[in-house]
Design a protein around this ligand. Structure first.
Ligand SMILES: [Zn+2]
Length: 313
């Protein structure tokens, strides 16, 4: 089967907490070995930026995780490649993991607009503007004042649009979301967020936000974290399907995809990690969705977005 996953923290976990363990072995939920059953596998690897890092410390942290991924690419050149160009995007990916570098927290820019271009040159194709707290770009969803984009944040969105990078609103304050929706000149994404109507956690999207992302031609990646699936956190795989059904009931058949959050969260107890995607796929089919729709959720929608908006040259 095929998979396009918009968010995992595996590289961050391996590079920092697990002392550089190789990607073949990976972390708790995802590894090259465990994903090797996939035919076409496109995986966004996020450099998670803890909110305690700012300025030079943030840059050093970003480079540490980036360099880890570069090393893994050398080590496993037969089955792992980071995508950096339209030409690479169009090459056959069969039998290998095609990684896309992302940054989860605009603090990696250290407040310098020219760093958007350097991140792009490194291969970064998606930036989650904030993590939970505030940074130079905007407030995150847990920051007290809930402010929207700063002047620098607006300049970053503009520069990302110019360079064809995906602007990611997951973790962003509600005010920041509306600022992005207003000024973005290209479709934007919520890489790992669910529906607030089903689970009230503020990390999830309101109906209005879902509609605005859909209308922009962007993407919404379903997050497997139990705390974003159910208010009581007693979530199972079936709850992922409930969020999917809800999004589909709002017309999201062309923008819905997956943003697992593997190795960044606690997933439902009836899942173990990347190998559980097969069972999830089967569960979708049992709901009598067409195979074409399920394939679009697992790969097609995200592939179309990245082909059209990010890797088209
Ligand atoms: Zn996250």
């Amino acid at each position: 089967m095929d998979l396009f996953d918009l968010h995992c923290d595996t590289a961050f976990e391996c590079a920092t907490k697990l002392d550089g363990v190789n990607l073949a072995q990976g972390a708790r939920h995802l590894s090259l070995n465990r994903g090797s059953y996939l035919t076409n596998w496109r995986q966004v690897f996020a450099v998670f930026m803890p909110d305690e890092y700012r300025g030079e410390a943030a840059i050093a942290h970003y480079e540490r995780v980036r360099d880890y991924l570069y090393r893994q690419e050398q080590l496993y050149s037969d089955r792992f490649r980071m995508l950096r160009s339209g030409a690479q995007w169009h090459e056959s990916s069969e039998g290998r993991c095609c990684g896309i570098l992302s940054v989860e927290g605009g603090s990696a820019l250290a407040g310098r607009i020219e760093r958007v271009q350097s991140l792009y040159d490194d291969g970064v194709r998606l930036i989650t503007l904030t993590w939970n707290d505030s940074n130079e770009l905007a407030d995150g969803i847990r920051a007290e004042q809930g402010r929207g984009l700063t002047a620098f944040g607006r300049a970053v969105v503009k520069e990302m649009n110019r360079l064809h990078m995906a602007v990611d609103v997951s973790h962003l304050s509600d005010a920041g979301f509306y600022d992005v929706a207003e000024i973005a000149e290209a479709p934007f994404v919520a890489s790992h967020s669910n529906a607030r109507a089903l689970c009230g956690n503020l990390r999830n999207l309101t109906n209005e936000m879902i509609d605005m992302i859909r209308q922009s031609g962007g993407l919404i990646g379903l997050n497997f974290y139990v705390g974003f699936l159910r208010d009581d956190e007693n979530a199972h795989m079936s709850d992922i399907l409930k969020h999917a059904e809800y999004m589909l009931s709002r017309g999201c058949e062309d923008c819905l995809c997956l943003g697992s959050d593997f190795d960044g969260c606690d997933i439902p107890p009836d899942m173990t990690g990347i190998e559980s995607m097969e069972a999830l796929y089967e569960r979708f089919l049992k709901l009598n969705y067409s195979e074409a729709l399920v394939r679009n959720i697992f790969l097609g929608n995200a592939a179309r977005y990245f082909r059209k908006n990010i890797f088209e040259e």
